[in-house]
Design a protein around this ligand. Structure first.
Ligand SMILES: Nc1ncnc2c1ncn2[C@@H]1O[C@H](COP(=O)(O)OP(=O)(O)OP(=O)(O)O)[C@@H](O)[C@H]1O
Length: 362
């Protein structure tokens, strides 16, 4: 099932005019604060009624300004997960999870045991929300939303209230959800690390407009999108398989361009991972460097060069089957004669890759 969104709306001076498709999988809405992400979620949820446009989920038209169609919130069959879990404090986890089923249509949906197992909340069922950690509460909130048998899941900054440790604990469950459900998930976040890990589709927003949308890995690895993403957040993902846990604490992985050594990655041998490499953590050389402390040196070919307004340049490279981005100076780009087709070596410092940047390949 796919969600199709096209609408325009005005709040005072702020005008929102957006169009995008969200297929099954996780569609992340990404953009600066005030770019209109929550307003898009609210229009899809039926909390604001846009002035013009059309919103359709599968065969169901939720809103059509011209045909005066407007399905009210409670009939849209949406699951909504907010920043705070908003669980009922007086009910147990089990009662919180089953509560929404009273209102869900009597249709075979996600089974209770499946959802509880997928989110790892089997051990919490008899507890009250007050005794749960923030990450556990969010997992219960996601479970409750799924058990209402929704046709679309809306998640507005679901991890923003959690510390890094709790975020890291919950991300693998969201990756599982992405793999196991066939309903579209609209996911608002302003954390690029989260978006890069979870999104299958990415909608980049700026000042009430969609700047770019498409497959997440394509949008993220396109140097032309770097200004919209922010230079510090720019980067692309390498796919690699865990091959050895080494004695000195490093994990060896095999990417299609060659071996990679990262600080210990907690994943079984054979696991297929997606590793986000920030553009600012990649150094380029035209010849294979020797006597260098960096362990990760991948042969690559330049596929695109984007010279910035200032002294910087962003280079897109193909390394095996993956695309990488490197942020270097314009001066180095010229000195190294980096142009599409040029062969070079991408040098990645292994300690630069944070654990939060390593996720399951979706
Ligand atoms: N009901 C409303 N009335 C007036 N203005 C509104 C209303 N809802 C949103 N806006 C304005 O629309 C703009 C976009 O807000 P929105 O919350 O959608 O952005 P956002 O990208 O989700 O931001 P953030 O990341 O800070 O949550 C803001 O300028 C906001 O003040």
């Amino acid at each position: 099932m796919s969600l199709s969104v096209r609408f325009a709306h005005r709040f005072g001076d702020f005008s929102l005019d957006v169009a995008f498709e969200a297929p099954a999988g996780v569609t992340a809405l990404f953009g600066r604060s005030g770019s209109g992400k929550t307003s898009v979620i609210n229009a899809v949820a039926g909390l604001i009624r846009p002035e013009a446009g059309r919103i359709q989920l599968g065969e169901t038209v939720l809103f059509d300004a011209e045909r005066r169609i407007w399905v009210p919130v409670h009939q849209r069959r949406l699951g909504y997960v907010f920043q705070e879990g908003r669980l009922f404090p007086h009910l147990s986890v089990r009662q919180n999870l089953t509560y929404s089923r009273w209102f869900a249509p009597r249709r075979p949906g996600e089974s209770f045991d499946h959802v509880v197992g997928m989110l790892g909340i089997d051990g919490l069922l008899e507890r009250r929300p007050a005794g749960l950690s923030g990450g556990e509460k969010q997992r219960v909130a996601i479970g409750r939303a799924l058990l209402a048998n929704p046709r679309l899941l809306l998640m507005d900054e679901p991890l923003a209230a959690l510390d890094e440790e709790r975020k890291a604990e919950i991300l693998p469950y969201l990756e599982r959800l992405r793999g196991e459900t066939d309903i579209p998930v609209l996911y608002v976040s302003h954390s690029m690390a989260e978006v890069a890990r979870l999104a299958t589709t990415l909608v980049l927003m700026d000042k009430g407009r969609v700047v770019r949308s498409g497959l997440a890995h394509e949008v993220l690895s396109d140097p032309e999108n770097v200004p919209a993403l922010g230079i510090r957040a720019a980067g692309a993902s390498l796919h690699a398989t865990v091959t050895t846990q080494e004695e000195d604490g490093l994990t060896r992985l095999e990417a299609s361009a060659g071996p990679l050594f990262l600080p210990h990655v907690d994943a079984p041998l054979g696991a297929r991972l997606s590793i986000r490499i920030l553009a600012q953590d990649v150094i380029l050389s035209r010849t294979r460097p020797e006597g260098l402390s960096a362990l990760n040196i991948l042969p690559a070919t330049v596929t695109a060069v984007r010279l910035g307004e200032g002294p910087g340049a962003v280079i897109q490279l193909r390394a095996g089957d993956d695309l990488l981005l490197a942020r270097i100076t314009r001066r180095s780009a010229q000195a190294l004669e980096l142009a599409p087709g040029a062969d070079c070596f991408a040098i990645l410092k292994s300690v630069a890759v944070a654990q939060s940047e390593v996720g399951g390949a979706g």
